[in-house]
Write a protein that binds this ligand. Structure first.
Ligand code: MG
Ligand code: FE
Length: 168
């Protein structure tokens, strides 16, 4: 049980670091988008959700008496992945951003599924419900991206064809 508990706390910390990273990336994406208002609005909504996810994860970590001082920025692992985001200066930045976000949300879905299974093993029903709420927000964001990817791509291609600023 203690091994499982320690593993759970470590994975919670990973998720916390990933969400902090997500806040930075979503913030810079939303700040740069000019011509894709629906995408910008959805990202801004997800920034709000992500802020509440960070707080919820900190709440769970505190319950396992690892105060915020123990919340290390184990972002190293995430950083490499986030490099994919360096498509930011690309001429197709909005499309590359969509590609990255689509992948990132699915990675988050997998991470929370893992955390939920682990919380169940610990019999921590409160953590299960907190994590399920976060999981649902990630699924909603992933579904939105799936449903709106075609329109973003088509808008990008149309702008390209019309020689108006398309990249963001
Ligand atoms: Mg998240
Ligand atoms: Fe997310």
């Amino acid at each position: 049980m203690e091994q499982i508990r320690d593993t759970f706390v470590e994975w919670l910390r990973d998720a916390h670091a990933a969400e902090k990273q997500a806040l930075t990336m979503l913030g810079s994406q939303a700040g740069r988008i000019e011509n894709y208002p629906a995408l910008k609005a959805r990202i801004e909504q997800h920034i709000q959700e992500t802020e509440s996810q960070v707080a919820a994860l900190e709440g769970l970590l505190e319950r396992y008496s690892t105060g915020s001082s123990m919340i290390k920025d184990a972002t190293g692992r995430m950083m490499a992945f986030a490099q994919g985001m360096s498509g930011m200066t690309a001429s197709d930045e909005v499309v590359k951003g969509g590609l990255f976000s689509y992948s990132f949300e699915h990675m988050e879905i997998a991470s929370y599924q893992i955390l939920i299974a682990t919380a169940r093993r610990l019999g921590d029903t409160e953590a299960v419900s907190v994590l399920e709420r976060i999981f649902d927000q990630e699924v909603d964001m992933a579904n939105w991206l799936q449903d709106n990817m075609d329109s973003v791509v088509n808008e990008y291609l149309t702008r390209l064809e019309q020689n108006v600023e398309a990249k963001r």
